[in-house]
Design a protein around this ligand. Structure first.
Ligand SMILES: [Zn+2]
Ligand SMILES: [Zn+2]
Ligand SMILES: [Zn+2]
Length: 257
């Protein structure tokens, strides 16, 4: 080795036994420890910036990609062997799975085959967001129990727009079914008992979906009817804004004109 070697990080002059080289960079031992880490699975050294880590694991990207994943809920690294998967194949650590999954809470994109309740040709699917008491599997089970006996009338999904809650979704139901058969009172009583709120939260919305065929058999008739609805909304925007109980900025964010 010719001439003096200098640590490229701290400029310390290195004596022959203290020279470390990684990825073409000459370093002292301290700087090596500071800027690189060793993957605990394969033993390869990698730059600190390239490491995949949490409180328990220190891994190179390759090992992480091949053998690990992250818990959807707490983001902890879990080995593929330890991961618990829900119905939608989303991975969870064991702790989060026990606490918040048990299949009770589906991911946001979940969309089952619709089951129609009630008679007629007009059906309403209601999505009611509740917030403030947790995205919690046990709570979800209690709410589901209030409405589902043999049949699934409601299901529950997670919703990123909520701080600490979830979304109750009904299958399509006639208005009469919603009013007289669907146990809305029990559902909301249980949610309220667990300290969920929907009204006056600033985060929660109530959405009602309706089937297109309610507006007529033909595409043309449907479109005409939809255009009359748009006309109505346009003409009564100010009143509807009040009725929606959203602020102007919430309206722009969630239901822009
Ligand atoms: Zn150094
Ligand atoms: Zn590795
Ligand atoms: Zn977790």
């Amino acid at each position: 080795m010719s001439g003096k070697q200098i640590c490229q990080y701290c400029n310390r002059v290195l004596t022959s036994g203290t020279v470390h080289e990684f990825d073409g960079v000459i370093m002292c031992e301290d700087c090596l420890d500071e800027h690189t880490v060793v993957c605990e699975r394969c033993g390869e050294r990698v730059w600190e910036d390239d490491v995949v880590t949490d409180d328990d694991y220190t891994l190179c990207q390759g090992c992480y990609d091949d053998y690990y994943t992250r818990c959807e809920e707490c983001n902890a690294i879990i080995s593929n062997d330890d991961a618990c998967y829900d119905d939608d194949d989303v991975p969870y650590c064991e702790r989060c799975y026990d606490r918040c999954c048990c299949g009770a809470i589906h991911e946001y994109g979940y969309k089952p085959e619709p089951i129609f309740y009630g008679a007629g040709n007009r059906f309403f699917g209601v999505e009611l967001e509740i917030d403030g008491a947790g995205k919690d599997g046990y709570n979800a089970e209690k709410i589901l129990d209030a409405a589902n006996d043999n049949d699934e009338r409601i299901y529950i999904k997670s919703d990123g727009s909520l701080d600490d809650g979830m979304e109750i979704v009904t299958h399509p139901m006639s208005l009469d079914y919603h009013m007289n058969e669907m146990p809305w009172v029990e559902v909301s009583d249980r949610a309220l008992d667990m300290r969920y709120r929907s009204h006056n939260t600033g985060t929660c919305g109530l959405h009602i979906h309706v089937n297109r065929t309610t507006f007529g058999e033909e595409r043309e008739t449907q479109d005409e009817c939809i255009s009359r609805i748009l006309y109505f909304v346009e003409h009564h925007w100010e009143e509807l804004l009040k009725f929606s109980r959203r602020t102007e900025s919430q309206m722009n964010r969630w239901a822009a004109r």
